[in-house]
Design a protein around this ligand. Sequence first.
Ligand code: S3P
Length: 436
Amino acid sequence: MKLLSRPATRGLSGTIRPPGDKSISHRAAILGGLADGRTRIDGFLLADDTLATLQAMQSLGADIQRSDDQVEIIGQTLQAPRMDINLGNSGTGLRLLTGAICGHPDLFGQRLRLVGDESLSGRPMGRIIEPLQRMGASITSNEQRAPLLVEPKPLTGCTHALKIASAQVKSAILLAGLQAQGITRVNEPGISRDHTERMLPDFGIRVQHHSDAVELTGPQQLQHSVVHVPADLSSAAFLLAAALLVPGSDIRLQAVGMNPSRDGFLRIVKGMIADDRLQLQPTAESDGREPMADLQARYADRRTGTTIAPELVPLAIDEFPLLMAMAATASGQTVISGAAELRVKESDRLAVMCRQLQTLGVELEERPDGAVVTGGPIRGGAVDAAGDHRIAMSLAVLGQVAQAPVEIDRAEWIRTSYPQFVEHMNQLGANMAWVD
Ligand code: S3P
């Protein structure tokens, strides 16, 4: 489906609570399904990706009840479903679930097939298969890609030194470690999001933290818990960017997750605008584990390009399509490096985003691990989101400040993470519509 984003005719204003955090919702669904007793999740993200994970847990035997965004899960003895487990578009769902089941004693002697859509079936899975196999897992793949055939077996803990900072890989290993005999340790070359290790203690799991590593000793059984899911900073970022770009805007976003391993976008954007344009305020809601804040964003008339430090890349990994869009409207150049991981997300985000920005008249240079984007006027035109939700939303934001409408093809994938995106944008005063 096509999304038409027409230049905004007035500043954006109002207050929105963006949807629940995607990463935290996936983890809560998986841990709740593995735990003994009744787990309650408040603020669960109701989007294709996280609903696929919830459904996967149900197909494995968990008893699940849902009323709007409140979910109750009662873990049961796991059983292998007769059908494939379909994780749709979700790399997080597929990778974390593979880790969780590959050594689960309830499933010994059974075979499970995990599949995904075309995009997910093209993404690299060797990064989880290799470490899980070192622990004793039996996983057969299609040349290191999905479908994955898992035959759960007893595992042994070991130390893993990751080559890339990846929360998905770290989490898959830790979830496998829950069932493994002995110590499972993950050393990371940089910081990646730490939601798994923050959430595990709430489910009664003892986790040791070291300066560059996290470890746990298995086997350990999860106990039921209550999870409050903050609003997703990665979704909030689109509204926030639109407010910074559209003249006269002043918006407030409520209860947004502020986990320091996720806030790279805010840190980078603060280097592009005057301080007072983006402010954090204490939120009425709070949770012991995951920090949150209300965010106020106002039109930033002066936005300048920046050089993004490679250490910040994992902390803002999902926000790069949006950062590239913002860079295209800033004065001067923005330099992105150390971001080759963007090439193996829901699409090759560097290549796709560079091509679409060029179509809109943006001057840039694509590099193997990044890009140099030169800001200037944004022409309108027809672009293609290549079935990538974050690219679709980034281009839609850009359409609000383009010289003419921006029509975005293959944008319906927005539903994988933020089904209410268009509704929320229009509620704030933006000008977007779905067209056939
Ligand atoms: C995620 C981790 C990130 C991110 C993805 C969600 C997670 O991937 O891009 O959208 O929930 O663990 P990597 O850990 O592979 O960088």
